[in-house]
Design a protein. Structure first.
Length: 432
């Protein structure tokens, strides 16, 4: 039993009831959510901010503050004489208390930099002098406050697993697609860029648009989100988009009550039409090879077995030109899988190779950063890693745990007193 379990239940329930993981979980796939949960219950997960939409050059606004609402503190003290931190005040990017419509406060600079042995036990202990509000006057102006309150209300409610439990990543994507169709942004499977431009201009009237840097969302990413094929991982940005599509968060809730609305699924992909000589050539080769093109499929498998280390782009150079057009992606994936042979055995041996190679490099060539290239150098499937890793979960997990981010690499160099190598890396001398 962990030290705190006698007071607050098991570790799994601590994650669900005392962290902000539940709101992030709604915007993650099941596999990604399991990885984040493992971060809490197992070892640290490198790249966690990027996975949660909190990393990158456009996420500087979503920072963590030791935030509290002064009215909530008074209400907490009244019944039991105790005051404590509330997790809904600590969702990165939230500026107001959804319950009291009050700006959230943060400790003054002196108290914030005080070296606590652990997290300050309460908001009062965090700052007993002069706390300040987190947002600026422009961000909390009356014209913007309604938007900020909706973001705070939605984030507070989404922290509760009992609130709309069916509203998970796939259902959120379906709602987004529904909202885009209602607004005329999505029509006949295509994005109407004029309507999208008008919609973004409408959102830009709010100070919140610039505060959360919504304009920094890549247009390609936004297009996929509006078609229901993915979601924005940063919760407040996704809430802001849904609110813009439906008008208010209450309207989003009403739309989510209909099972039909949250089960639309993604917009079907439109088959690209070939024209001219290319179209005629493709029609001819499809007739030549027949349904499923079994001869091309067998040729692809044989070529992959003969050249297992080639990247897919290089592999196509050895095949007839029509292969990439006639064989579907699912057929090519199936061919890669067949060429691997016993995928489980390959998965196990490749995972062992990666872990062994990491240990050798750390011991014999500590100045080399552990990257996918350095860990796979010398392996027969090194060049095909990006194509086959989807079939190798154990090897993928081993790669994820062994690869070093630059900050981790620099920390290891400083700790070991190793001077970074300026010459060419030569890991082939130390192949596992």
């Amino acid at each position: 039993m962990l030290p705190f379990e006698r007071y607050v239940d098991c570790a799994e329930k601590v994650v669900d009831a005392h962290t902000i993981f539940p709101i992030h979980k709604r915007f993650l796939t099941a596999d990604d959510a399991a990885r984040v949960r493992e971060h809490f219950l197992g070892g640290p997960l490198h790249g966690l901010p990027a996975l949660l939409g909190l990393g990158g050059p456009n996420s500087g606004w979503a920072v963590f503050h030791r935030a509290f609402c002064d009215v909530c503190v008074k209400e907490d003290i009244a019944p039991l004489g105790e005051h404590y931190w509330r997790r809904d005040h600590h969702v990165p990017g939230v500026l107001v208390c959804a319950k009291h419509s009050r700006p959230l406060m943060q400790p003054c600079q002196a108290c914030a930099t005080y070296e606590w042995v652990d997290t300050p036990p309460s908001p009062i202990a965090a700052c007993g002098c002069r706390p300040s509000i987190i947002g600026t006057r422009a961000q909390l102006a009356d014209s913007t406050l309604s938007v900020e309150l909706d973001l705070a209300y939605a984030s507070t409610r989404l922290l509760d697993d009992k609130y709309m439990p069916n509203l998970q990543v796939e259902q959120i994507a379906s709602l987004t697609r529904l909202g885009a169709r209602r607004r005329g942004i999505l029509h006949d499977g295509k994005i109407c860029h004029i309507t999208l431009k008008e919609f973004l201009a409408e959102l830009a009237h709010s100070e919140t648009f610039s505060r959360i840097n919504f304009g920094g969302v890549c247009r390609q990413t936004l297009g996929a989100v509006l078609k229901g094929r993915s979601v924005i991982r940063q919760p407040l940005r996704m809430i802001f988009l849904l609110r813009g599509l439906f008008g208010t968060w209450r309207a989003v809730e009403r739309a989510a009550e209909s099972p039909r609305n949250i089960s639309l699924g993604p917009e079907p992909k439109i088959e690209r039409e070939e024209n001219g000589a290319t179209a005629k050539a493709l029609i001819a080769v499809r007739e030549l090879h027949g349904p499923g093109a079994p001869d091309l499929y067998e040729l692809y498998v044989a070529t992959r077995r003969e050249h297992p280390s080639l990247a897919k782009a290089d592999l196509f150079k050895l095949l007839p030109w029509e292969t990439r057009h006639v064989l579907s992606k699912s057929q090519r994936d199936a061919a890669d899988m067949e060429a691997l042979g016993d995928a489980e055995a390959v998965d196990a041996t490749m995972a062992a190779y990666i872990c062994t190679k990491a240990a050798i490099l750390l011991r014999q060539v500590p100045a080399i950063r552990l990257t996918p290239d350095s860990l796979l150098e010398g392996h027969p499937l090194a060049g095909a890693w990006t194509s086959v890793r989807k079939f190798l979960p154990t090897a993928t997990a081993a790669m994820r745990s062994c690869v070093e981010r630059n900050d981790r690499f620099q920390t290891r160099l400083r700790k070991d007193g190793v001077q970074k190598s300026s010459g060419e890396q030569q890991p082939s001398r130390y192949s596992a």
